[in-house]
Design a protein around this ligand. Structure first.
Ligand SMILES: C[S@@+](CC[C@H](N)C(=O)[O-])C[C@H]1O[C@@H](n2cnc3c(N)ncnc32)[C@H](O)[C@@H]1O
Length: 277
């Protein structure tokens, strides 16, 4: 299928994106099964904030493969409610047209930060026995920390988050900060929630040329962000995230999971550990 037929460019994905979708597939089943057994839970909501078209072209397999939206719609047992958000109307229409018509599925072709903060997340109530799994899978720094914080504080919402370290390393964590544009600093502040990422990404060190800002490493940055998910957003459990690497062994992004539930932490840690190496 090409652009002329689809009306949009299908994403070509690498092995690491396929692993991300496999992880979601495994957890979606476990999530629904566990919550079904808790008879008092009234809603099991799936929200895909950067949903895409529900299908991709796999570079490795050289064929079409399901995306996160399709995997969630096919989950057994299923979720009780679905929300798909994507700024790209063509992708969202493709997803809608290729999914079975169901009245428990809603599509939102808007900026996900707006939809999540103003329409969806405030309606999910822990006290009313509603629970949600929120997938935050941007290409880069398109997410607002306020979304993560609102999810954490709700105690009803679990997240998978794509932490786009490659976008950060390329565009923000430059040794010469005069080369970093204001808009990239703004995107980074918005994603991290404030400018404390500077302390995580740089150390002041004495060098031959005087005091210099020296870049730390991915692990230090990721450790600090993990701390923020717990201490600032208020998630009770955040397993060690898993790095997703490309063919040249460079880390493209990390997958984080965060939840208020210990059981969820255990299940996802086991899944992550299978893929860690
Ligand atoms: C990495 S892809 C998502 C892939 C999908 N989660 C999957 O695994 O099948 C990112 C998607 O986010 C969409 N997007 C980018 N910025 C957005 C925004 N601010 N709000 C909603 N969608 C956005 C893009 O159109 C693209 O389809």
């Amino acid at each position: 299928m090409n652009k002329e037929i689809l009306g949009f460019e299908l994403d070509e994905i690498g092995r690491w994106s396929e692993i991300k979708i496999e992880i979601l597939k495994k957890y979606a089943s476990a999530y629904n099964q566990i919550l079904i057994n808790q008879k008092f839970i009234r809603k099991r909501i799936y929200i895909d904030a950067f949903s895409g078209a529900g299908v991709h072209f796999s570079k490795e397999k050289e064929k079409l493969v399901p995306g996160s939206a399709t995997v969630a719609l096919d989950a057994i047992p299923p979720f009780t409610h679905y929300h798909f958000i994507d700024l790209n109307e063509d992708k969202l229409n493709f997803l809608r047209e290729n999914s079975l018509e169901r009245d428990n599925v809603k599509y939102h072709s808007e900026d996900c930060n707006e939809v999540l903060l103003n329409k969806l997340l405030p309606t999910i109530s822990f006290k009313n026995y509603e629970r949600a799994l929120l997938i935050l899978d941007p290409y880069g720094l398109q997410l607002d920390w306020k979304v993560i914080e609102m999810a954490g504080k709700s105690e009803a919402i679990e997240i998978f988050l794509n932490f786009p370290i490659m976008d950060m390393n390329r565009n923000v964590f430059r040794r010469d900060n005069s080369k970093v544009s204001d808009s990239n600093i703004e995107r980074m502040n918005r994603f991290w929630g404030d400018n404390s990422w500077k302390k995580a990404a740089f150390n002041s060190e004495e060098t031959l040329f005087g005091i210099e800002e020296v870049k730390t490493n991915n692990q230090t940055i990721v450790n600090e962000f993990r701390k923020r998910l717990k201490e600032v957003a208020g998630f009770g459990y955040v397993p060690e995230p898993i790095p997703m690497k490309n063919k040249t062994d460079a880390t493209v992004y990390y997958i984080f999971f965060a939840s208020p539930k210990k059981t969820a932490d255990k299940i996802v840690s086991d899944i992550f550990n299978k893929y860690r190496n």
